[in-house]
Design a protein around this ligand. Structure first.
Ligand SMILES: NC(=O)C1=CN([C@@H]2O[C@H](COP(=O)(O)OP(=O)(O)OC[C@H]3O[C@@H](n4cnc5c(N)ncnc54)[C@H](OP(=O)(O)O)[C@@H]3O)[C@@H](O)[C@H]2O)C=CC1
Ligand SMILES: Cc1cn([C@H]2C[C@H](O)[C@@H](COP(=O)(O)OP(=O)(O)O[C@H]3O[C@@H](C)C(=O)[C@@H](O)[C@H]3O)O2)c(=O)[nH]c1=O
Length: 288
């Protein structure tokens, strides 16, 4: 079996690479970075999928700069909407199952109970809007898809909130972090493990699934926990989002309900605090 992984230099793709290396699989994973495969190029996507008999394509390619997406609207749309559509069309032509990653930012965050897969998506910002349109482009062009909506992804790889906090914590005595945006941090290695589980189960229960770690936190709680795990002494001040103005508005509440994926695939979901321990340790090992 062969599996194509797009966005091969990104955080999630690197997490998948590390798990595949650790676990050793009897199938071939073909990682392509954005120079080797630009998902916005329909011809290139068709050619690679047509020339290889991929059973699965894992789409890790995305425009993930939430604030930049507000001004770089064209590129965000190209990658997150047209890229997703190109892959869906290419997968359809070649009987390839598409595993695509989406986000809690498809929701407006006005709810105060966890979002299920059926809740109405109403993104607040352009990133969330393009991610939602990407989901729709897949659903209308390819039946054989899994769309995994996740939240607050972090790890020892790529750029993410945990790494930003560790860097800022080493430079400053005090940081201000928002406490009125609540969600669930998700360790990219845990999400990668679920993706591999889906592939190995050869499931045909296609559709949208929520997946994050267990538990709930504000970004402030997450920052405090990062500093505690990393034994970094820094004073963290809780602030409202209005005191931290950003180009993109973010949801105040974006906790995802994971009942569907847990029941369908019988998976145990780690608590975010337990996974954070592993991530901090892994980052410290890389940096030592
Ligand atoms: N990070 C997060 O907090 C969350 C992420 N997600 C979703 O999870 C998925 C993975 O995210 P993550 O790994 O963190 O993201 P990253 O930004 O780390 O990785 C995305 C990768 O896609 C590449 N890419 C950009 N444009 C193209 C293109 N046209 N063709 C091919 N590759 C391209 C990027 O390359 P380059 O950097 O060179 O542009 C980058 O390597 C995304 O779909 C994201 O929307 C969902 C919830 C939370
Ligand atoms: C660095 C920093 C951020 N913040 C705030 C800004 C923002 O509201 C929140 C999170 O910061 P970031 O900008 O790092 O994270 P952000 O890019 O908003 O993270 C999102 O990325 C996309 C890709 C997703 O899909 C989402 O699930 C989510 O993970 O913390 C502070 O309050 N203080 C700080 O010092």
């Amino acid at each position: 079996m062969k599996v194509l992984i797009t966005g091969g230099n990104g955080q999630l793709a690197q997490a998948l690479g590390r798990l595949l290396q650790d676990q050793g699989k009897n199938w071939e994973a073909d990682f392509k970075n954005n120079k080797e495969l630009d998902v916005t190029d329909f011809e290139a996507v068709s050619e690679i999928l047509g020339n290889n008999e991929y059973a699965y394509c894992i789409n890790c390619a995305a425009f993930t700069h939430v604030d930049k997406a507000e001004s770089d609207t064209d590129l965000a749309h190209q990658v997150n909407v047209n890229g997703a559509r190109n892959l869906a069309l290419g997968c359809h032509q070649n009987s390839t199952v598409l595993i695509h990653i989406s986000t809690d930012f498809v929701f407006d965050g006005f709810q105060n109970t966890p979002y299920s897969e059926e809740d109405v998506a109403r993104p607040l910002g352009f990133y969330g809007d393009t991610k939602y349109k990407g989901e729709r482009a897949i659903i209308s062009n390819l039946e054989e898809h899994f769309i995994l909506r996740t939240s607050w992804l972090y790890s020892e790889y790529g750029s993410n909130f945990m790494k930003t906090m560790m860097r800022l914590g080493a430079e400053k005595d005090e940081l201000s972090v928002v406490y009125d945006q609540v969600g669930t941090p998700t360790y990219a290695l845990d999400l990668a493990a679920v993706i591999l589980h889906l592939i190995e189960a050869h499931s045909i229960e296609y559709g949208i699934y929520n997946y994050s770690n267990e538990g709930v936190a504000s970004w402030y709680d997450f920052a405090k926990a990062i500093f505690e795990e990393a034994s970094i002494e820094v004073n963290v001040k809780p602030i409202r989002s209005s005191s931290y103005p950003t180009p993109a508005r973010r949801p105040n509440y974006s906790v995802l309900d994971k009942t569907k994926i847990k029941e369908q695939f019988s998976i145990e979901v780690p608590h975010w605090r337990d996974s954070l321990k592993q991530a901090v340790k892994a980052l410290q090992e890389i940096e030592s």
